[in-house]
Design a protein around this ligand. Structure first.
Ligand SMILES: [Zn+2]
Length: 113
């Protein structure tokens, strides 16, 4: 499972950061997950609950914020949401597009004490 590797390495980073800041308990973690990242929030949540057991992140709120996939058209200069992984411009039907968002996959914030 793709999500296991992602969440486990994210958790390692979180725990290292927590140690650096001398936290003894992590309360809340937010992650940004783009629609095109291929990671499923439910699966990530499941992996996190298991992987965090026995660590200072156990029982923390793991909040996944999904990021909509968007692209901008190279011809008519508009920004539009990408549907079904196909960045086709809804205005001109062009394929000369630049993906702006949707591939995010990172820990955004962490809180603890
Ligand atoms: Zn266009």
């Amino acid at each position: 499972m793709h999500e296991a590797a992602i969440v486990e390495s994210a958790l390692e980073l979180i725990l290292a950061k927590a140690e650096e800041h001398q936290l003894t308990k992590i309360r809340r973690i937010t992650a940004k997950v783009g629609e095109l990242s291929g990671a499923l929030p439910d699966a990530m949540q499941f992996v996190f609950q298991n992987a965090s057991q026995g660590t200072i992140a156990e029982g923390s709120d793991f909040i996944i914020e999904q990021v909509e996939a968007t692209a901008s058209c190279g011809s008519c200069d508009i920004t539009f949401p990408i549907l079904y992984y196909h960045p086709v411009c809804p205005s001109c039907g062009g394929l000369d597009n630049q993906v702006l968002t949707g591939y995010e996959l990172y820990i955004d914030t962490m809180e603890g004490d």
